[in-house]
Design a protein around this ligand. Structure first.
Ligand SMILES: Nc1ncnc2c1ncn2[C@@H]1O[C@H](COP(=O)(O)OP(=O)(O)OP(=O)(O)O)[C@@H](O)[C@H]1O
Length: 259
C-alpha cells in the first residue's frame, strides 16, 4: 500500500515548465531514488512535496490525505521529514545536545526551557545516535566532527521528529565516494529497520545502483522512466539522457564512477 502518492505534479516558473505532470508512489520501507541531469526538476519536485514551494497543478497525498496547499510545518507534523531542514548543526553544542535540541523542537518545548531541559531526552538522543553510529561521539562538540559524521548527526536530528517519510535532497553532496556509500548504506539500513519511506536525490549512480530499491528518472521536468535499478539502467531513454551528460552505466554498480 502506497504511503506517498504523487499524481500529475506540475510547476511553472513564468513560461518555463520545470516539472511536468510527474506521478509516482512510495511505500513504507522503500528507498526511492529520484535521479536526472542538472535542471531536470528534482529539487523543485522535492520542494513541492515538502510544501516549500506551491505546485501549479497535481496532487501529493500522504496516506490518502492531500498535502498540496498545506504549509511545510503542517506537512512535517503529518510525518514528512526533510534532512537538513535545520541548515546546519550548532557547532558549539555537543553531538548529543544537537539531537536533544531536535527532540525538544519535536515535542514543542521552547528554547527558554533549555537550561532545565539539558538532561531531557538525553536517553532518546543517545538511542538515535546509536542508530546512526554516533553514540561514541555524543559528548564531542559538533565543530570537531568530520563532514561525514556531521551528516550522520543531521540524520539523527531528522529522525528525532519520528517521520514516516523522509525527503533527502542530495544528502551526500560534497562527500567523498566512500563516505557517500557509508551514509546511504546507513539510510538503507534505517529504511529497513524503521519501515521508513525515503525519497532521495543523488548524483552518484554508483550509490543509487548499490542501494536504491527503486529509481525514478526525470529529464527536463518529465518522468522518463521508473522501475528497479536493473530496469532503469537498461532503459534506452535513460541511457540516452546520461550519455548526453557524459555518464554511462556499467553492468555493476561498482563499475559506474561517482558524479
Ligand atoms: N525559483 C525558480 N525560478 C525560476 N526557475 C526555476 C526556479 N527554481 C528552479 N527553476 C528552474 O526549474 C528547472 C528545474 O530546476 P531544479 O533545481 O528543480 O532542477 P534539479 O534537477 O534539482 O537540478 P540540480 O541537479 O542541478 O540541482 C531549471 O530549469 C531551473 O532553472
Amino acid at each position: 500500500m502506497s504511503l506517498l502518492s504523487v499524481r500529475g505534479l506540475t510547476k511553472d516558473f513564468g513560461g518555463n515548465r520545470a516539472v511536468d505532470g510527474v506521478s509516482f508512489d512510495l511505500r513504507p520501507g522503500e528507498l526511492l531514488a529520484l535521479i536526472g541531469p542538472n535542471g531536470a526538476g528534482k529539487s523543485t519536485t522535492f520542494n513541492m512535496v515538502g510544501g516549500q514551494l506551491p505546485a501549479s497543478a497535481g496532487s501529493v497525498k500522504l496516506n490518502g490525505a492531500e498535502l498540496l496547499g498545506l504549509p511545510s510545518r503542517r506537512i512535517a507534523q503529518l510525518g514528512v521529514g526533510r534532512t537538513f531542514q535545520i541548515a546546519a548543526t550548532f557547532s558549539s553544542l555537543t553531538v548529543r545536545e544537537n539531537v536533544q535540541m531536535a527532540l525538544l523542537a519535536h515535542h514543542r518545548k521552547v528554547f527558554s526551557f533549555w537550561r532545565s531541559a539539558a538532561r531531557q531526552y538525553a536517553a532518546e538522543a543517545d538511542a538515535l545516535l546509536g542508530q546512526v553510529g554516533m553514540r561514541e561521539q555524543a559528548a564531542r562538540p559538533c565543530s570537531e566532527l568530520a563532514y561525514g559524521d556531521v551528516k550522520r548527526v543531521e540524520l539523527a536530528m531528522s529522525l528525532a521528529a519520528a517521520p514516516t517519510l523522509l525527503l533527502m535532497d542530495e544528502p551526500t553532496a560534497g562527500m567523498a565516494p566512500a563516505e557517500r556509500n557509508a551514509l546511504v548504506g546507513l539510510v538503507k539500513q534505517l529504511v529497513t529497520e524503521r519501515n521508513l519511506a525515503v525519497l532521495f536525490t543523488e548524483h552518484s549512480m554508483d550509490v543509487v545502483f548499490a542501494y536504491a530499491d527503486r529509481v525514478i528518472v526525470l529529464a527536463r521536468g518529465s518522468l522518463i522512466a521508473q522501475g528497479s535499478v536493473d530496469e532503469v539502467r537498461r532503459d534506452a531513454k535513460v541511457q540516452e539522457v546520461y550519455f548526453g551528460t557524459g555518464k554511462t552505466f556499467g553492468a555493476h554498480a561498482q563499475e559506474a564512477g561517482p558524479a
